[in-house]
Design a protein around this ligand. Sequence first.
Ligand code: ATP
Ligand code: MG
Length: 437
Amino acid sequence: MSDHKRADKAEKLLAVKGMNDILPPDSARWEWLENQVRELMASFAYRNIRTPIVEPTPLFVRSLGEVTDIVEKEMYSFEDRLNGEQLTLRPESTAGVVRAAVEHNMLYDGGKRLYYMGPMFRHERPQRGRYRQFHQIGAEALGFPGPELDAEMILLADALWKALGLTDIQLELNSLGQPEERRQHRAALITYLSQHEQLLDEDAKRRLHLNPLRILDTKNPAMQELVQSAPKMMDFLGAASLEHFNRVRAILDANGLKYSINSRLVRGMDYYNLTVFEFITTELGSQGTICGGGRYDYLVEQVGGKPAPAVGWALGVERVLELMKEQGAPTQDVAPDVFAIVPDTAAYPVATKCLQALRAAGLKVQMHAGTAEGPGSMKSQFKKADASGARFALIFGADELASGEVTVKTLRDGVGSQSRYPLNQTDQWATRLQSEV
Ligand code: ATP
Ligand code: MG
């Protein structure tokens, strides 16, 4: 049996569960969002960084912490088939960015402000706003110790919501203090939770002595009351940590940013200290956190670099796009400006040359494509031109070409009006069309 026949019978192959295709017209919204992000990042002087999707597994174990949801149960890990190295599809990008910064000595001459976009992988139960391949956009500022950078990060995210036209997003803030303050809080937390051991679920019982802070991050509704009344990190902060937190708040206040302080906000990774924050919406059901971040002053050192402070955040692109839809953001217009009608195959060489010139002049141009038999009737081509949503049809008929011209016909508002233009002076009339699209 030939390959061709076998293909006819083959079973349909589907995408992996929890991993989505992003198709047009939806993909236009993705591109639009990405463009907004690029512009905004540039306006804050953040520069793009692109790191590999696969990293050595120990990078995540070491930086996220062994007793975290991600490392315990969500990583896609595998062994390199040749050298046996343990590898993992990145579940987040902070660890990779920090690894890259250390590996390439990026921190020797002061701080670096960076941003990234790309797919992340976590083996979670797929549901609305929670996928196994999802996308994050993140910003990281490495080498800056001051609270003004924590505030800049938050202002950056807030500016993005504004650029995307999003409203009603709540900012929650907390401080996790410094390691010594954490140790004291941890001891108080263990004492408190031990007194209520009968209320702990299996996960929490196991984490009680391994990583009790993680219990505050529980999604189990039955434990919310318990964690609500747990000892608060804020009460364990020393003077320097409090000062840092208050300076962040002063900058947010001066910029009119509203926030609430949530003492149970601990974030899902172990690497955070001092300021942590989340942006939350009530419009997406239980997957309401669209962005989270904070300061992580000890991670660079943990990944093997010379100690350097850092702060960053990551947002979930799928959740942000879903929120845009919820709030009625208009769909992005992907219609071409011009649809080229080519009545005869012989006209393609001349037509394509003209279309290239129009594109270079900034017009969006769609060329009619026929079948193996030929381009098809004018009537069917005009139908396609209308369906494309283009403002103008260009007709490369034999008559036009004979006199070195092309006919431009208006398809929407003022339908039917038409004129002829010279083929070899596109720049003259391209601007005219441009001003009318
Ligand atoms: P959650 O508490 O919802 O599991 P998280 O604390 O694990 O979130 P982070 O690791 O802080 O999330 O990632 C930053 C953002 O990435 C989240 O606020 C969310 O918007 C998005 N995100 C995280 N996991 C997923 C996922 N599986 N699918 C889609 N988006 C996700
Ligand atoms: Mg999670």
